[in-house]
Ligand binder design. Structure first.
Ligand SMILES: *Cc1c(COP(=O)(O)O)cnc(C)c1O
Length: 391
C-alpha cells in the first residue's frame, strides 16, 4: 500500500505537552465548513459573537476584545507595540522563557526595560517588583500569568495597586491560563492581555485573543507616534472588527469558525466547572507522578493546573522516554526549556485534553517506559490517581 502523507500518518496522537492540545471534533468540523467572504454579513456576525464570548470568558467590561490573525507571540507583540513608544520605560517580570521573550519584544520596540527576575519554578514576588520600580513611573508592568516553561501560576493580587503607584498599565500573558484558570480582567485591573488558541481553548494554533481596557485604548489614542507595526495596529484592526468594517487583512475565516465553536464549548461547559475539571485532573496527575517516584518542580501552592513540570530521574534519558511515549503510545509530552532542558518534562492537561482518561493514559504509559529503563515506582500511580477522583 502506498504510504499515507505525513499529516495523515500522525492521526493517532494524544497531545499532552505544553500546546498544541487536542482539538475537539466539533471544532475541527467547524473549521471544515465552506469558506465565506471576510465581509459577508454572516461572517461579521460570527466575529461579533466571538467578541462577546471572549468578553464573557475574560470578564471584560468595555475596552476592545478581538482575536488577532496570528499566534500568541503576535498577541504579545501587539500588546507591547500598541502600548509603548520609543524611549518609554517598562517593568517586566521574568520567571521563565515567556517573560524573557516579552522583555526582548519590548527592547526591540524601543522601550527601556527594567527586568525583575525570579528563580525558575517560583512566582515573582510583589515586593521584588515594588523594589525594582523604586518609585519611578513606567508605561506598563508586564507579567506572565501561566508560565508554560516552568509550570508556575503567577498570582495577580496587588499588581493593579502597584501599577497605579507607577502610573503604569498592567499587561498580562494569559496564553496558557485562559480557560484553564480563573481570570477576570476587570476584577484584576488588567489593561492589556493576550492569549492563544492552542492551549486551554483546545483549538488549533493560529489565533490570538487580545483585550485592551478603556484605559489602554485611551493611552493608545494619545500616542505621539503611529503604532510601529501596521499589521498589529489595534486601531486598524478595530476598524475591521468593530468600526466601519474596513478591509485591513483577509481574516483567517475558517480558523475563526473553529474559535467560535471552541468558545461555545467553553461557555456551555461553564467557567467554574471547567476550572474545577482542570484542577481535579491536575491533582490526580500530581498524585500519580509522585507515586511513580517523580519529583514535581513547583511547590503545590504555585502550580499551574494545565501544565505540570516534573524532574527527570537521574540516569533516565529524556529523549528516549519522550520518543517511546510518542512512537509506542502516540502520546506527546514536552521537554524542558532553558535551564530545565534535559532535566524536566512538561505534561499538559489543557482544555478538552484535561480528562481522567488522559491522566490514566499518560501515567500508565510513563510507568511502563520507566520500568523498562530500570526505574522503580514506589507505589501504584494508577491507584494514587484514582484515590484523588474517589476522595
Ligand atoms: C505558548 C505560549 C506563548 C507563545 O504562543 P505561540 O502561540 O507559540 O506564539 C506565549 N506565552 C506563553 C505563556 C505560552 O505558553
Amino acid at each position: 500500500m502506498e504510504q499515507l502523507p505525513a499529516p495523515l500518518r500522525a492521526h493517532a496522537r494524544t497531545l499532552l505537552g505544553p500546546g498544541p492540545s487536542d482539538v475537539d471534533p466539533s471544532v475541527l468540523r467547524a473549521i471544515s465548513l465552506p469558506t465565506v467572504g471576510h465581509l459577508d454579513p454572516a461572517f461579521l456576525q460570527t466575529m461579533d459573537e466571538i467578541r462577546s464570548m471572549l468578553e464573557c470568558l475574560l470578564g471584560a467590561r468595555g475596552g476592545r476584545t478581538t482575536a488577532l490573525s496570528a499566534t500568541g507571540s503576535a498577541g504579545m507583540e501587539a500588546c507591547v507595540v500598541n502600548l509603548v513608544e520609543r524611549g518609554d520605560r517598562v517593568l517586566i517580570g521574568q520567571s521563565g522563557v515567556f517573560g524573557g521573550r516579552m522583555a526582548e519584544v519590548a527592547r526591540r520596540a524601543g522601550a527601556e526595560v527594567t527586568l525583575v527576575e525570579a528563580e525558575w519554578g517560583r512566582p515573582l514576588e510583589l515586593e521584588a517588583l515594588r523594589r525594582a520600580a523604586a518609585g519611578r513611573q513606567f508605561r506598563f508592568i508586564g507579567l506572565v500569568h501561566g508560565e508554560t516553561s516552568t509550570g508556575v501560576l503567577q498570582p495577580l493580587a496587588g499588581l493593579r495597586e502597584l501599577a497605579d503607584e507607577c502610573g503604569a498599565l498592567l499587561l498580562v500573558d494569559a496564553v496558557t491560563s485562559l480557560a484553564g484558570h480563573p481570570l477576570d480582567v476587570h476584577a484584576s485591573g488588567i489593561d492589556a492581555l493576550y492569549s492563544g488558541t492552542q492551549k486551554c481553548l483546545s483549538c488549533p494554533p493560529g489565533l490570538s485573543p487580545v483585550h485592551f481596557s478603556d484605559r489602554a485604548i485611551a493611552r493608545i489614542g494619545s500616542r505621539a507616534s503611529a503604532v510601529q507595526s501596521w499589521y498589529l495596529d489595534i486601531n486598524l484592526i478595530e476598524a475591521y472588527w468593530g468600526g466601519p468594517r474596513a478591509y485591513h487583512h483577509t481574516a483567517p475565516i475558517n480558523m475563526l469558525f473553529g474559535l467560535h465553536e471552541a468558545l461555545r464549548l467553553v461557555l456551555s461547559e461553564g467557567l467554574e466547572p471547567r476550572f474545577a475539571r482542570h484542577e481535579l485532573n491536575a491533582h490526580a496527575l500530581w498524585s500519580g507522578l509522585e507515586a511513580l517516584g517523580l519529583e514535581l518542580r513547583v511547590a503545590e501552592e504555585h502550580r499551574l493546573n494545565p501544565l505540570t513540570t516534573v524532574s527527570i530521574p537521574d540516569g533516565i534519558d529524556d529523549a528516549a522516554v519522550r520518543g517511546r511515549l510518542l512512537s509506542e503510545f502516540g502520546i506527546e509530552i514536552g521537554g524542558g526549556l532553558g535551564p530545565m532542558k534535559g532535566n524536566t518534562w512538561r505534561i499538559g492537561l489543557m482544555g478538552s485534553g484535561s480528562s481522567r482518561r488522559n491522566v490514566h493514559l499518560v501515567l500508565s504509559a510513563l510507568a511502563t517506559v520507566l520500568a523498562d529503563m530500570g526505574h522503580r515506582a514506589p507505589e501504584n500511580p494508577i491507584a494514587a490517581a484514582a484515590s484523588v477522583y474517589d476522595a
